[in-house]
Write a protein that binds this ligand. Structure first.
Ligand SMILES: O=C(O)C(=O)C[C@]1(C(=O)O)C=C[C@@H](O)C=C1
Length: 360
């Protein structure tokens, strides 16, 4: 699959003057609930009304969605409001029902993207469709698996494609429900700059008060749109109550978000940027030079350890370095997360260098 400007045609054809917004409840609960939210979202930036019909739940015994009846409610919502409709599909039966009910946009959920068998089944069932199909990132941070999902759909002759970034599961507890790992989505954007990229701040954060911040980061990174869970009475929602916002909050979020342009040709901007980028180039070269010097010292330590038959890994020294560098970083405005990642990478490279020497 190759990048092509055709990839974003479906999005461009919508002719929006703002990012694409897909909004609606986590789950369709009752006909009245679906219609109420649809009417509340009607005259906003929302293009697609979303609602979960089949809910993949972590543990059995939880609310698993209303099933196909919900598609009828969504169809009625579409007739009454003109909003296009969107839902998640997880197997070929869901696809058939969604197509029978003229759902306009279907997405493959994170738990399905991890399974090439499921994605292939869905791709086969959708073969040649002119519906929009979006692929959420897999629960684990695996770019190939994510791209594999898109490639399977592309191979099934589905032209209106896109991806949803909903963050990644971690064993560690973080402030996010699913950590964003923005770097991964940036890599994807780099490979396929024309593939529409939508952020799902609801699943990244798991908390409604963090949704604005994550949405702004997404727009700062050139994302094309947002999918935000929205409910008229979030506290009473049958699923994901903590992360849904009211239609009023959604409108406020959209109003407050700063939409950035990709770039500008203005002369003063170009000039100042050029000067700053030249500084970055010099500093980057210095960084590489200094890292090269550090590795030369690590090589010497490796030689020394080899003569005395000492192990490469020295945990107490390593922890001492980490502790000191986190404090140093803090004083220079560097986050602990960044310092940790950077020094872990440096340590690993140092170990690789020494290991080669000890084995040599
Ligand atoms: O101090 C050492 O013993 C080293 O080998 C250097 C170094 C480092 O790169 O800082 C590398 C490996 C050890 O685990 C600890 C530290």
């Amino acid at each position: 699959m190759e990048n092509s400007p055709q990839m974003r045609k479906w999005l461009d054809d919508l002719g929006l003057s703002h990012p694409l917004v897909i909004a609606g409840p986590c789950s369709a609960e009752t006909e009245a609930q679906v219609l109420e939210i649809a009417h509340a979202l009607k005259d906003t930036d929302v293009t697609y009304l979303r609602a979960g019909i089949w809910k993949p739940r972590t543990r059995p015994g939880m609310f698993e969605g209303v099933g196909a009846i919900g598609l009828k409610w969504m169809q009625r919502a579409k007739e009454e409001t003109g909003l296009l409709i969107a839902t998640e599909v997880a197997n070929k039966d869901h696809v058939k029902l969604a197509l029978d009910h003229d759902v306009d946009l279907l997405w493959i959920g994170a738990r399905s993207t991890v399974s090439p068998f499921i994605v292939q089944e869905i791709a086969d069932a959708l073969e040649g469709t002119d519906k929009v199909v979006l692929v959420k990132n897999p629960v684990n941070p695996d770019l190939s698996l994510w791209l594999g999902g898109i490639e399977r759909l592309h191979a099934s002759n589905i032209k209106k494609l896109g991806v949803i970034h909903r963050g990644f599961s971690t064993y560690e507890k973080t402030k996010y429900r699913n950590i964003p790992e923005w770097q991964l989505a940036i890599e994807l954007q780099n490979k396929f700059p024309d593939l529409p990229l939508i952020c799902d701040p609801s699943h990244i954060t798991g908390k409604r008060d963090m949704i604005f911040d994550v949405s702004q980061t997404a727009l700062d990174l050139n994302y094309d749109g947002l999918i935000i869970e929205t409910h008229c009475n979030p506290e009473e929602a049958w699923s994901d109550a903590a992360q849904q916002v009211t239609p009023k909050s959604l409108v406020q979020i959209m109003k407050d978000l700063r939409i950035r342009k990709e770039t500008t040709g203005e002369a003063d901007y170009t000039k100042e940027l050029g000067v700053l980028r030249a500084q970055i180039d010099v500093i980057d070269n210095q960084l590489i030079e200094i890292l090269g010097k550090r590795m030369k010292v690590a090589d010497k330590i490796g030689e020394l350890k080899k003569t005395k038959n000492v192990a490469v890994l020295q945990n107490s020294r390593w922890n001492e370095i980490l502790g000191k560098m986190i404090l140093e970083g803090e004083q220079r405005g560097l986050s602990e997360e960044f310092v940790l990642r950077m020094f872990k990478a440096i340590h690993q490279e140092s170990i690789n260098h020494q290991d080669r020497i000890l084995k040599g």
